[in-house]
Design a binder for this molecule. Structure first.
Ligand code: FE2
Length: 228
């Protein structure tokens, strides 16, 4: 009997940030106010997405500064835990926005391909408010297209569903928790099964080298760039 050697895995970092409940409440009301002032999505199944509703730079707003300070520390911890020297990197919040998922609404599968790191922070998360799915477009073991789908499981071809044969994994999340992951990671959410809105804050982060001497890849710090 042989055995498998499992190689490579996606690592999503999770951490409870300990943000003061009063601050969370006041930030939630700012977001709900933004939602009320901008048109709802035409697709009622889709959550309200602040980035496409004109609210894509939350980190520029004073009220959000304490939250982004704590998130910055968490992102540096993620990088160091992953095995990178965060002190050598200049990090930039590139875009940041909120999402509001009301009863039955969800966020469809997507990736944030223009940045390096992304996160979801759960400002308000009812217990059955819907967690997050992470997917891989090309699972290393998926030896024929669409082999690792529920249809194939239903047809009896796929007999074992585990990390070796599943291309989408569900993560349940709790209020005040942040999930940090590579921006290229496909993700989506489960529908909110409650009447309470689920409110999350996301941002895209770009990494640049503080000192790019000797490096062929990774971006040099933006202050060295020349606009034209
Ligand atoms: Fe996203």
């Amino acid at each position: 009997m042989g055995k498998f050697i499992d190689l490579f895995s996606l690592s999503v970092y999770r951490e409870s940030l300990g943000i003061d409940p009063e601050l969370r409440k006041s930030l939630s009301s700012i977001i709900l106010d933004n939602e009320a002032r901008t048109p709802a999505a035409a697709d009622q199944e889709s959550a309200w997405l602040g980035d496409t509703a004109g609210h894509e730079f939350l980190f520029q707003e004073d009220a959000f500064e304490p939250l982004f300070d704590v998130i910055g520390v968490s992102v540096r911890r993620y990088l160091n835990e992953l095995g990178l020297d965060a002190d050598r990197l200049q990090l930039y919040f590139q875009r940041s926005w909120a999402t509001v998922s009301r009863a039955g609404q969800r966020i469809f599968e997507h990736a944030h391909v223009q940045s390096h790191l992304s996160f979801a922070y759960y400002l308000q998360k009812p217990a059955d408010g819907g967690g997050i799915y992470f997917s891989v477009a090309e699972h290393p073991n998926e030896l024929a297209p669409e082999l690792f789908t529920s249809t194939k499981e239903g047809l009896g071809i796929l007999t074992a569903t585990n990390d070796r044969t599943i291309n989408r994994k569900y993560v349940e999340t709790v209020e005040d928790e942040i999930l940090i992951f590579p921006s290229k990671t496909l993700h989506s959410t489960a529908p909110n099964m409650t009447d309470q809105p689920r409110i999350s804050i996301s941002a895209d982060i770009v990494l640049a080298l503080k000192d790019s001497r000797g490096h062929e890849t990774l971006m040099p710090a933006i202050e060295h760039w020349r606009p034209f």
